[in-house]
Design a protein around this ligand. Sequence first.
Ligand code: SAM
Length: 305
Amino acid sequence: MDGLSDRFGRRIRYLRISVTDRCNLRCVYCLPAAGVRWQPREQLLRFEEIRDVVRTGVRLGITHVRLTGGEPLVREGVVDLVRMLSAIPQLEDLSLTTNGVLLARHAQALARSGLRRVNVSLDTVQADRFAAVTRFGAIDDVYAGLEAALDAGLRPVKLNVVVMRGVNDDELVELGRLAVDRPLHVRFIELMPIGDYFARERLVPSDEILARLRALGELRRIDGPAGCGPARAYTWPGARGTIGIIGAVTQAFCAQCNRLRLTATGQLRPCLDQESAVDLVPALRPRVDHERLAQHIQDAVAAKP
Ligand code: SAM
C-alpha cells in the first residue's frame, strides 16, 4: 500500500480518535461551565467498531493513533480498547491524551495492554489555579497520574500546557523546569479560538513563549520525541526532558497536517477547524463493510482543505 495522500500531496498517517465526548473536568477554554448535553451512549461507536475503523485505516496508510476525548479514561473499559488496537500489527504508535485525573488508577493496565505513551494536560503547578482553570479538578490527582505513568514505563510522558495571558503565563519558566529534573516533555500550546473563552488578549504567541523560556538557559532545537505532531522541540544541556512549542494560532501548521479526527459518534473530520465530516456509521452498522469504510476514509482525505 503506498499510503493515503491528499490533493495537496500531504501524507495522512495520524488518526485522532475521541472515545467519548464526556469529561470529568470543565476546563474554561474547552467546555462551558454548565456543561454540554452528552451524546446518548448508544450513539458512541462500540470498541469493535473503532477497531474496524483503525484496521481499515492502517491498511490504507494510517500508522499513528491517539485516543482522546472528552476524557478517554472516563469511558468504561478503555483499557480493553487499547488492547484491541495494540494487537493490530502495522500500527506503529498508539498514544493517549488525558487530563490525568484517573491515570494513577489505570497507568499499569494501560501499559500492559500495549499503550506506548501518554500526554497529560496540566496548565499550572498551583493547586488553586488548577481548580479554577478546570473548574473543580484536584492537582494532586494529576501528579499521582504522572508518577504512575512514569512508573508504568510509558514513554515519552508529555505535558500539554495551554498558555493563557493573565492566567498562567507567569508560570512558563516553572513549568519548563519540570523538564529539567524529570524525563518529562513539556509542550506549550497557544490558546485556540474554541468556544467563548478565547480573546486575542489571552493569546501568548509562540515566539513570546520561547523568549520567556530562554530564562532556563540556551535552548537547542532538536527533533521532537516520538510522535508526528506539530511541536517545535528544544532542550538544553543537562535536562532530562524537552520542551515543545505548538503555535496552533500564529504558526498554523496546515501545510504539515497529517491527520484525521474521528468523533465519538463515528464522524470522520478532515480538519479540526471545520465542522464538515464524513459519517462512517452507515459503513459500520448493522455490520461492517470494509470496502465502504475504506472509501469513506479516502473521501475524508480527499476533502481535506
Ligand atoms: N481530556 C483530555 C485532556 O484533558 O487532555 C483529552 C481531550 S482535550 C480536548 C485535548 C487537549 O486539547 C488538551 O491538552 C487540552 O488542553 C487541549 N485544548 C482544549 N481546548 C483548547 C483550546 N481552546 N486551546 C488550546 N488547547 C486546547
